[in-house]
Design a protein around this ligand. Structure first.
Ligand SMILES: [Zn+2]
Length: 431
């Protein structure tokens, strides 16, 4: 099936102009367009080539000779966007060597093969766009996987790649080895604003669509039982990176748990806070003022907890506990919440859409959760109107589920139809 979809994509890539492409019409039983607050019944989506021409109600005339796709028994949505993934990360299960095995036990060809698998997994689950926020020591591999997808060599979603990511000395893995050993690092480590700006320039030169920085690294629970995270980059270092990125009209995603590092992320002008486990009311207010996006990635903090009475076990439980409180505060404050999972930290064999259940479980309305993975994420990616929406002019990125995701958000874990850039990748909708 992948081969069929692949040749379809390649053929589309070679077709000259939209006029040459045939008309395709999708009959949608229910349409959730990614922007509107309510679904619509019995709609027709007219597509030509890679783009949507128009959306009408079901009584509209279908020109003879057009290719009709019958999804009248299904709920049709825009292709989903996961704004926080790592296609080059292959789990962090301690029993399988944890994070370090990714770098120490796998060569670059194996890692590229796994990233190829991850890209395909995303697409078959209806995620037609990923913001992939660093390759964990695999250099500029994300940009090359993106190139392979765009040239039609492998199936995969649209990728916004952050390449290597930036942290400081003492601010990223691999660590805890003998001090005599010069260990490879999962991110580009810098000290001082000059090195920070240089790293930003290097990554942008080599095709980074976004920059990713670590504003906190280790975390633990202090004597009072409070979660503490180690700050990494200073405000001056971050400002150099943000200034450089914004000059290139690119944005900066900031991994930050809480405390000093999260405050520096906001004061340094970051564009999105990743994880944001614990945010004060003042920090949430600052995010509202600055228009900062919030990508909470709830799911990974419920996996692989260490034993309850160990320091790591206490930390794992504290992280999930404060995260829930922060997420609810962010909802109430109407922060711009975008869907992100940290896939890669979570095995790529697991369902990506599991994050929807976490969000809805903490009080987010199902339509709001869907918009966090469609139009709102598109806006963060400067793709408003082009992806994350089913409307004239948008890319033909269309998915469908058999049931009603507004009644059971878990339906999104069972995506049965995927169209990417106007080409059908899979269609398992029952007639
Ligand atoms: Zn991550």
């Amino acid at each position: 099936m992948a081969l069929l979809a692949l040749s379809g994509t390649a053929a589309l890539g070679q077709s000259s102009g939209q006029g040459a492409a045939a008309l395709t019409v999708i009959r949608a039983g229910t349409l959730i367009d990614g922007v509107s607050e309510a679904p619509r019944k019995n709609q027709l989506i007219f597509l030509r080539g890679k783009r949507i021409e128009k959306v009408t109600d079901g009584s509209g005339a279908i020109p003879s000779g057009s290719h009709v796709i019958d999804l009248s028994n299904a709920t049709v949505l825009p292709g989903l966007i996961d704004a926080h993934t790592h296609i080059f990360l292959w789990g962090e299960d301690p029993n399988k060597g944890g994070y370090d095995a990714n770098i120490l036990k796998a060569g670059i060809a194996l890692r590229a093969a796994r990233a190829t698998y991850a890209a395909r997994r995303a697409l078959e689950q209806g995620f037609t766009t990923l913001r992939d926020v660093e390759t964990e020591g695999a250099g500029y591999g994300d940009i090359e996987i993106k190139q392979a997808i765009e040239e039609g060599t492998i199936p995969g979603p649209r990728i916004f790649g952050a390449t290597r990511a930036i942290s400081t000395t003492g601010g990223y893995n691999l660590e805890d080895y003998a001090p005599e050993l010069e260990m490879p690092k999962g991110a580009q480590l810098v000290d001082g604003p000059v090195e920070a700006r240089k790293a930003a320039r290097q990554q942008l030169e080599h095709g980074a669509d976004w920059l990713k920085v670590y504003m906190t690294h280790r975390s633990w629970v202090d004597k009072e039982g409070k979660l503490v995270s180690q700050p990494t980059l200073t405000v001056e270092e971050l400002k150099a990176i943000v200034d450089e990125a914004h000059g290139w009209q690119k944005k900066v995603a900031c991994h930050a748990y809480n405390g000093i590092g999260l405050q520096r992320a906001l004061d340094g002008g970051c564009d999105s806070i990743e994880h944001g486990l614990e945010m004060t009311d003042a920090q949430i207010a600052q995010m509202l003022r600055q228009g900062t996006w919030y990508c909470p990635t709830l799911s990974p903090y419920y996996d692989d907890w260490a034993e309850a009475d160990t320091p790591a076990g206490k930390r794992d439980r504290a992280r999930a506990a404060v995260h829930e409180i922060t997420f609810k505060k962010a909802l109430q404050a109407h922060l711009k919440i975008v869907f992100g999972t940290d896939m890669g930290g979570i095995p790529w064999t697991d369902p990506i859409a599991q994050e929807f259940k976490r969000m809805v479980g903490l009080g987010m309305a199902p339509m709001d959760a869907i918009q966090s993975a469609t139009s709102r994420a598109a806006e963060m990616l400067d793709m408003k109107g082009e992806i994350g929406v089913l409307a004239p002019g948008a890319y033909a990125e269309v998915i469908a589920v058999q049931g009603d995701p507004l009644k059971d958000i878990g339906e999104l874990e069972r995506v049965r139809f995927v169209m990417h850039n106007g080409a059908i990748f899979k269609n398992e909708i029952a007639k």
